[in-house]
Design a protein around this ligand. Structure first.
Ligand code: GTP
Ligand code: MG
Length: 196
């Protein structure tokens, strides 16, 4: 198992303007409850670093984590598509997310988390389309690998990739729960951030 990425929580920012400076940043995006905060904790091997909640929509701010001893960062973003939110909340979320992804200069890549158990949802596909339209670099990361029965994995891997219109081996499959795929994801994040 590769060494964890040492992260320190710095601040929760309401808007992109409130974020601290960074040289290079990886963002974690995806639908509410897909496992963004859990995966961040798994990357750092620190259970309580980012708040994990069984109540979707818990993370409402841009949570900024610094990679220890570097000027690079990881940001845990609020989940999109939280069903119980009001229309005005949803619009506020869209604006904040759009501002972040379009305006955040140090952003090198957005990790788009897709629930491995259920595959890409309509909102994931809309997000993918938008990321492609806007030329925002992204990497598809499937979560909850442990929830897919081993007999169904091969097919699910193929279907999820096809649904996202990427090659199967381009998708990084992970389980925060069972610590699957962390080596590959950590290496990918380190490479993207240019940190050892
Ligand atoms: P929001 O902040 O609300 O957008 O959610 P999130 O994307 O940060 O999801 P979070 O990490 O809070 O996880 C949501 C739920 O999924 C929690 O109940 C987690 O325990 C569960 N979960 C996350 N990752 C995994 C995984 O790899 N396997 C399993 N079985 N459950 C997971
Ligand atoms: Mg979260």
């Amino acid at each position: 198992m590769s060494a964890p990425i040492e992260l320190t929580f710095v601040t929760s920012a309401p808007t992109v303007e409130d974020l601290p400076p960074s040289r290079a940043e990886v963002a974690i995006i995806g639908r509410s409850n897909v496992g963004k905060s859990s995966l961040l904790n798994a990357l750092a091997n620190r259970k309580g670093l980012a708040k994990v909640s069984s109540t979707p929509g818990r993370t409402q701010l841009l949570n900024f984590f610094q990679v220890d001893g570097t000027d690079a960062s990881v940001v845990d973003l609020p989940g999109f598509g939280y069903a119980k939110t009001s229309a005005s909340n949803r619009q506020a979320w869209l604006d904040r997310m759009g501002d972040y992804l379009l305006d955040r200069e140090p952003l090198v890549v957005a990790l788009l988390l897709v629930d491995g158990e259920i595959g890409p949802a309509k909102l994931d596909l809309q997000m993918l389309e938008w990321l492609r339209e806007c030329d925002i670099p992204f990497q598809v990361v499937a979560t909850k690998h442990d929830k897919v029965k081993s007999s169904k994995r091969q097919r699910r891997k193929r279907d999820l990739a096809e649904g996202c219109a990427v090659a199967p081996n381009e998708v990084i499959w992970t389980s925060a729960e069972k610590k699957v795929g962390l080596e590959r994801l950590r290496a990918y994040v380190r490479e993207a951030l240019g940190v050892a």
